[in-house]
Design a protein around this ligand. Sequence first.
Ligand code: GAL
Length: 275
Amino acid sequence: MLYDQPDILKPPRSDVLLVTPWLAPIVWNGVFNRDILNAQFHHIDVHIGLTAFAIKKYVLFLKTFIESAEKFFMVRHKVTYYIFTDHDNISNFTLADGRKLVILKVPAYERWQDVTMGRMEMIRDQAIKKFSKEVDYLVCVDVDMIFLEEVGVEILSDIFGTLHPGFFGALQSEFTYERRAESAAYIPFDAGDFYYAGGNFGGVIEEVIRLTNFCHNAMLEDKQKNIEALWHDESYLNKYFLSYKPTKVLSPEYIWNNYYGSPNAMPFGFNSWPA
Ligand code: GAL
């Protein structure tokens, strides 16, 4: 395979942080060569599980989610979609070779807060029972997303989180962490690296089990005290990543939300990114 030699004196980008202080890569567009990464991951015949929860009316998002993932998620790699749902009749999807869809029937909680928080326990339990035997990596995302560009093996690492699009330029004191000291998700105003989004994390199965188990237990602890963290599972995820640092961090473009404006409104602008 032919490609440009990396130039040790010329970083691919100088407008954003490319590595955390604990030496985890921060993945931005234009800083990696996906062909090299694809070759590496094809060598090990990697198999990736993608989890999403299509509970109650969120089942409406499933079609665009799967169709866009077929187009852009881990193209030409082995993929299993694990769709947790309370619905009985999920329609069939045409999937490319090496890809399959598994339905996992789960109960729907009454409150949306319990639906979102319940994901940690359900992912943990299935990761122990099933995913660990079937896939190498898990990617855990929200179902109300559309893949608009390629999302490939560049995201894979032992345990990764994604920068929330609303806070990547903010001070730690401005992050919407849980601020009540009694909560198991508590982070004081002078701590914290980044604000991670609840809707996109993953890693090797063993690490995802560790993360989801921590978050679920922390929620149970809080429930005993009648506390529900401000942003539910996302608050506990942020607490976890404070002590157990992610080995890779994804840029906010991996979970962009137009609520925060056009991506071009980012300080540096997507358009200025190298191809
Ligand atoms: C919102 C998002 C919520 C939560 C919150 C954190 O933009 O919709 O799910 O992440 O930010 O402050």
